[in-house]
Ligand binder design. Structure first.
Ligand code: TXA
Ligand code: MG
Length: 337
């Protein structure tokens, strides 16, 4: 298939492709999404095919303005309205009971649907001009790091989808926060730029799923099907190192050989005796979020490396989301110094 590369102003072309059942990678403020008409089963099925995604992993439905939610969900509850008023448009996804027009293909057979009103102006224009809600998972091959730059989308999906809208780098860099409102107490299923602290200010109570930072137990069924799959993983083995800066540097330099690399902060690079890729500055959690996926892809481009030792991020604010992605990339492999 020939993939067209579109400019940000080509929103009508993108919308026309989507209306006729095609697949378009679109920018959002979090990561690039692979969009299709959420009400068109065939189009939705082709998303799973292009990504190689397991069909029981449901998709997020994107809308361009709040009133579009009423068609998609059974009830837009008072608590959901409060969250929407606080965080939409923006990097927050809510899980609500689905209406009958949402196909099983979108919800992965569940009776709920994930809904997001993104902040990115191009995303919203494309949704509006296509006249339908758009199902859009991250526009990467299933299992690989999510795409924050157009070259990531091209490298994973060129030739497999109809078009890619090139709108530069995604500002947040990690996928949206996912909150389920289908549980008695609202439950955080995936951390993101909207932090647990911010959610608690609006919701009062918020349960945080232990599986966000711990491996699932054998046969345990996660509330969010996406959590059971291996994620964000580069091909090379990643190990997280928990400890102070000096301990991290000493640990790596002691075992440094030509097959070892580091995924570190800018401040560490000068002290390390192995090839190093930075994912931001030690005190800038937003920058770490923005850079992490790009840095994981860069790590894979290093030659002859068997193992990458990653500096462990902080776990407050958006740091929890950075840690959540990194620990999955590392297959929960952590060394505490
Ligand atoms: O920032 C984002 O959320 C990006 C952009 C494109 O909007 N999208 C994204 O989609 O990250 P995806 O498919 O890569 O992640 C969706 C996550 C998965 O972990 C999935 O299991 C979960 O949301 N999810 C979707 N529908 C759900 C539902 N009904 N119940 C529980 N979890 C659900
Ligand atoms: Mg994804």
């Amino acid at each position: 298939m020939k993939t067209q590369i579109l400019l940000p102003e080509d929103t009508k072309v993108a919308a026309d492709i989507l209306k006729s059942g095609g697949l378009v990678a679109i920018p959002t403020e979090t990561v690039y999404g692979l969009a299709a008409n959420a009400l068109d089963k065939k189009a939705v099925e082709s998303i799973f095919k292009a990504k190689g995604r397991p069909c029981d992993n449901p998709l997020i439905v994107h809308i361009s303005q709040i009133d579009e939610i009423y068609n998609i969900v059974k009830e837009f509850s008072p608590i959901a309205k409060k969250l929407a008023a606080a965080f939409w448009p923006g990097p927050l996804t809510m899980i609500l009971k689905k209406s009958d027009i949402i196909p099983q293909e979108v919800s992965g057979g569940l009776d709920s649907v994930a809904v997001r009103l993104p902040q990115h102006p191009i995303a919203r224009r494309i949704i509006k001009e296509s006249g339908c809600p758009l199902a859009a998972p991250s526009a990467n091959l299933s299992g690989s790091p999510s795409p924050t730059k157009v070259e990531h989308v091209i490298s994973d999906l060129y030739g497999k989808i109809d078009a890619i809208v090139d709108a530069g780098t995604c500002g947040v860099g990690l996928e949206s926060t996912v909150v389920s409102l289908c549980t008695d107490v609202p439950r955080l299923l995936r951390p993101g730029a909207v932090t647990p602290e911010q959610l608690r200010e609006v919701l009062g109570k918020l349960d945080v799923d232990v599986s966000l930072v711990n491996p699932l137990k054998k046969n345990e069924k996660p509330l969010s099907p996406g959590m059971k799959y291996k994620h964000y993983a580069p091909k090379v083995r990643v190990v997280i190192i928990k400890g102070k800066k000096e301990q991290y540097i000493n640990y790596i330099n002691k075992i440094a050989d030509k097959h070892v690399a580091a995924l570190c902060y800018d401040e560490d690079i000068d002290y390390l005796h192995v090839p190093s890729v930075s994912y931001g500055k030690e005190d800038d959690l937003n920058l770490q979020a923005e850079m992490l996926f790009d840095s994981l892809r860069k790590v894979d481009k290093l030659k002859d490396i068997d193992v990458v030792y990653a500096r462990c991020p902080r776990m407050d604010g958006i740091g929890l989301a950075v840690y959540n992605r990194l620990i999955r990339a590392a297959g929960f492999n952590v060394v505490e110094l």
